[in-house]
Design a protein around this ligand. Structure first.
Ligand code: ZN
Length: 683
C-alpha cells in the first residue's frame, strides 16, 4: 500500500484542514475503508462562545464519508467534559450518545461518530481508525492473537472482540496506559487503529501496518488456490448475461416483498472466483468481516444452489430466497429485545455459482455500495483462508450489531423517501424538449431513470448531466430506436440486467409532418405511423412482458396530443398516428388492469421550448395558420382559454402525477396540459 502524503500539499494548513487532508487520503484508498466507514480525529485548541481557549477533539461525524469529507463534517467535542466518562464503569449506547451530545462545542455540529470515545480516551494528538481488508484477514481467523503477534511483534496491541462503544474505548485505553510505547492496536474482527503526535506519522503508520499485513498475506498465499479451488467453471459472458436477463425481474419481485428495491449485478473477477469455488458456499455463511460491512450486506448473503434444469425453472430460486427470509425471521425471533422491529428479512446480497452477485438497495447507488462492500468481504475471506480459516462473529454478537439500537434510531431519523423512490422509470425520446425535463423531474423525485433516444452521444450526455446535477447515479442512458424491435429488446435486456426491472414507462418519442393529405407522401405517412403508433406499441409490448414477469404492477404514461380529440388541418399523419397511440394507451389500461398496471395519457399543446420536433415543423405549421413563423408561439398561447404558454415543466408535472401514487386509482384517462382548449376537452 502506497503513501500519498505530500509535504508540499500541507503547507499553511490549520490543524482542522490537516485532519481533513489526512482523512481524505485514507478515504481515497479503497483497501482501507468502504463508503462511510472508518473514522479519524485530531485534538486541538479552539475558542468557545465565551472566548476561552478549550481543548477539542475533532472527530468525524456520523453520515459523512472520509473520501469527500469537509471541515464541517468533524464534530468538535470538549475534551475536558468527555474525559471524566473514562472513570465510569459502564455506559449504555444511549447514555453515551446523550453524553457526547452535551459535550459538543457547537450544538449544530453533526452527531459524533459512534467510535468517538475510542479516540477521546487515547492521549494522542492524531488517531486513524480503519477497517482495512488486510487487517481483517489476520483477525478473522481461528488464531488472531498469534497471527497478529507474528506480523507486528509488540508494536501493536491486540484487543479481542468487544462491541464498538464505551466498553471497547475503555478496554483499549486501559491497554494503552500499560503499553504507552505501542504505535496502534488491532481490534479483533473489527479493524486497525494507529496514533501519533502528528497527522503525518499516524497516517504513515496506518499505511505501514496495512502494508505489512498485505505482505504477510501474499507470503502465505503462495500458489495456494483460494477457497479450495474451483467447483464449477464460471459461465461464459453470454450465458451469464442470459441468466441475468432471465432472472433479475424474478429476484426483484421477491426481494421487494417488504419494500421495493433496485438491483445491481456484479461479475468481477474476485466475485466470480468466490461464487464458483468449492468452499464459497460454506465460507460465505460464517458472517460479516467487520460490523461496518454488515450494516450494508446484512449478516450473511443468500448463496443460491443451482439445482436441476435451473435455466428453465424459477421455483427453486424462489424457494431458496424465501427460505433465507424465513431463516432471518427465526434469527430475529431468537435474539430480539423489547422495542425492536424486524428489518427487511430478504437478502441484500445474492451469490450465484458460475454467474456472479446481485445486490439490492433503495436505489442504484445503494445497491452499488452494497456490492462494493461485499467485494471487500470477499477479499477479507480470501486473505484469511490463506493464513488459517475464515472466522466471523457468532450470530448473537452479529445480531447485536445488525439490530444495534443506535443504527435503528438512525434509520428512524432518515428523511422521508421521495415520491418516486424505489421506482424504475423509462423515458423514450428523452433527449427532446419535453423528454429531458420529464427525465430530470422523475430523477429528482427519487426514481431510478433510464433515458433512451436514438442518438447515443446525446443520451450519454443527458445521463452525465443529470447525474452531475443530482450528485448520484440516478440516470442510466441507453440508446434505443422505438421503431426497431431488436433495439428495444436489447435496451430492455440492459434495463433488467442493470436495475432488475421496470415500474414506469413514459412513452414519449414522437415525430410530426406538416402537409395537406393530397400532398402528403407515403413515406412521411409511414414515418409518422412508425414512431407515433408502432413505436409506442413495440415499447409497450416489451414493457408489459417485463412488468408481468416482475409482478409488481406498473404504470404507463403515453405522450399523446391535443390533436387526438381535436385534430388540425395539414397535420393528418401526426393526428392519425397519435390517435392510434391514444387507442393503444386505452388497451394497455384494459389489459394491464388485472396485473395492477395503469395506463394514462398526457395531451400537451404547442410545447416549443428546446423542442426538436417543433424546430422541424415550425415554419410549415406557421404557413398553415397564415402567420409569420415568429408569431407561432403567440398564436398557440392566445388560442387557449387561460392564454398561457405551455412549458415542458407543465408536462413533467402531469407525468409525475400520473406516475405517482397520487393517481393510483386513475387509469385509461387523458390529462390535457394545453391551457384549456374547448374543442380538445376529453369526452
Ligand atoms: Zn470501527
Amino acid at each position: 500500500m502506497q503513501s500519498f502524503w505530500r509535504d508540499r500539499e500541507i503547507k499553511g494548513k490549520s490543524p482542522l484542514e490537516l485532519l481533513v487532508y489526512r482523512s481524505r487520503l485514507i478515504g481515497c484508498e479503497p483497501k482501507l475503508c468502504v463508503w462511510g466507514g472508518g473514522n479519524t480525529s485530531s485534538k486541538m485548541a479552539e475558542t468557545d462562545h465565551l472566548g476561552r481557549s478549550v481543548r477539542i477533539l475533532r472527530i468525524k461525524g456520523s453520515g459523512s464519508d472520509l473520501k469527500s469529507c469537509q471541515p464541517k463534517d468533524f464534530s468538535p467535542l470538549k475534551l475536558e467534559e468527555v474525559l471524566p466518562a473514562l472513570k465510569r464503569t459502564a455506559m449504555t449506547d444511549e447514555e453515551m450518545v446523550e453524553y457526547l451530545g452535551r459535550c459538543l462545542l457547537d450544538a449544530k455540529a453533526p452527531r459524533p461518530s459512534i467510535e468517538a470515545l475510542l479516540h477521546a480516551f487515547l492521549p494522542y494528538q492524531a488517531i486513524d481508525h480503519t477497517h482495512a481488508d488486510a487487517i481483517l484477514s489476520l483477525t478473522n481467523t481461528g488464531r488472531p492473537r498469534q497471527i497478529c503477534k507474528e506480523v507486528y511483534g509488540e508494536e501493536l496491541i491486540f484487543i479481542p472482540y468487544v462491541k464498538p462503544g464505551f466498553d471497547l474505548a475503555k478496554t483499549l485505553a486501559g491497554e494503552v496506559a500499560r503499553r504507552p510505547s505501542c504505535k496502534g492496536a488491532v481490534l479483533e474482527k473489527h479493524g486497525l487503529i494507529t496514533w501519533a503526535e502528528d497527522s503525518k506519522t499516524s497516517y504513515l503508520r496506518t499505511i505501514e501496518m496495512v502494508s505489512r499485513a498485505e505482505r504477510f498475506l501474499a507470503s502465505k498465499a503462495g500458489n495456494k488456490k483460494a477457497f479450495g479451488g474451483q467447483k464449477i467453471k464460471p459461465f461464459s459472458p453470454g450465458l451469464r448475461k442470459f441468466f441475468i436477463d432471465r432472472f433479475m425481474p424474478e429476484f426483484r419481485n421477491i426481494l421487494s416483498r417488504n419494500k421495493p428495491v433496485v438491483l445491481h449485478f456484479n461479475d468481477s473477477k474476485d466475485v466470480l472466483e468466490f461464487v464458483s469455488s468449492k468452499n464459497g458456499p460454506e465460507v460465505s455463511q460464517q458472517g460479516p468481516a467487520t460490523p461496518d460491512h454488515m450494516l450494508r450486506t446484512k449478516r450473511i448473503p443468500c448463496f443460491l444452489e443451482l439445482t436441476g434444469d435451473f435455466l428453465k425453472t424459477k421455483q427453486s430460486f424462489k424457494r431458496q430466497l424465501e427460505a433465507y427470509a424465513s431463516a432471518h425471521e427465526r434469527y430475529y425471533q431468537k435474539y430480539k429485545k423489547p422495542g425492536m422491529f424486524m428489518l427487511d428479512p430478504y437478502s441484500a446480497v445474492i451469490l450465484i455459482p458460475g454467474v456472479g452477485m446481485v445486490t439490492s438497495g433503495k436505489d442504484l447507488d445503494s445497491a452499488l455500495i452494497t456490492a462494493e462492500v461485499y467485494e471487500h468481504s470477499v477479499r477479507v475471506m480470501r486473505g484469511a483462508s490463506f493464513v488459517d480459516r475464515y472466522v466471523s462473529l457468532p450470530p448473537r454478537q452479529a445480531f447485536e450489531i445488525e439490530y444495534w439500537p443506535l443504527e435503528l434510531y438512525k434509520l428512524s431519523l432518515a428523511p422521508p423517501e421521495k415520491e418516486l423512490a424505489r421506482k424504475i422509470a423509462l423515458i423514450t425520446g428523452a433527449c427532446g424538449g419535453i423528454g429531458r425535463v420529464v427525465a430530470r423531474r422523475l430523477a429528482a423525485s427519487g426514481a431510478q431513470v433510464v433515458v433512451t433516444d436514438t442518438d447515443r452521444k446525446k443520451v450519454q450526455e443527458l445521463e452525465k448531466e443529470i447525474n452531475a446535477e443530482l450528485k448520484a447515479q440516478k440516470v442510466l442512458g441507453i440508446p434505443m430506436d422505438v421503431t426497431s424491435p431488436s433495439s428495444i429488446r436489447l435496451a430492455f435486456q440492459k434495463i433488467a440486467g442493470h436495475l432488475g426491472g421496470l415500474d414506469v414507462v413514459v412513452s414519449n418519442a414522437g415525430v410530426a409532418t406538416v402537409a395537406a393529405l393530397d400532398h402528403l407522401s407515403l413515406a412521411e405517412w409511414k414515418r409518422n405511423l412508425a414512431v407515433n403508433a408502432t413505436g409506442h406499441f413495440l415499447v409497450a409490448r416489451e414493457a408489459l412482458q417485463l412488468m408481468k414477469r416482475q409482478k409488481m404492477g406498473g404504470c404507463f404514461i403515453f405522450m399523446a396530443t391535443k390533436n387526438v380529440p381535436a385534430p388540425g388541418a395539414e397535420f393528418g399523419a401526426y393526428s392519425a398516428s397519435k390517435a392510434a397511440c391514444a387507442q393503444l394507451a386505452k388497451i394497455v389500461a384494459i389489459e394491464g388492469a388485472p396485473f395492477g398496471i395503469r395506463s394514462n395519457m398526457v395531451n400537451p399543446d404547442g410545447v416549443f421550448k428546446e423542442s426538436g420536433l417543433w424546430a422541424e415543423i415550425k415554419k410549415d405549421r406557421a404557413k398553415t395558420f397564415h402567420i409569420a413563423e415568429a408569431e407561432l408561439e403567440e398564436h398557440y398561447r392566445k388560442r387557449n382559454l387561460l392564454q398561457v404558454r405551455v412549458e415542458p415543466e407543465d408536462i413533467a408535472e402531469g407525468v409525475l402525477f400520473l406516475a405517482s401514487k397520487r393517481s393510483s386509482k386513475t387509469t385509461g384517462s387523458m390529462l390535457p396540459v394545453d391551457g384549456g382548449l374547448r374543442e380538445a376537452f376529453p369526452r
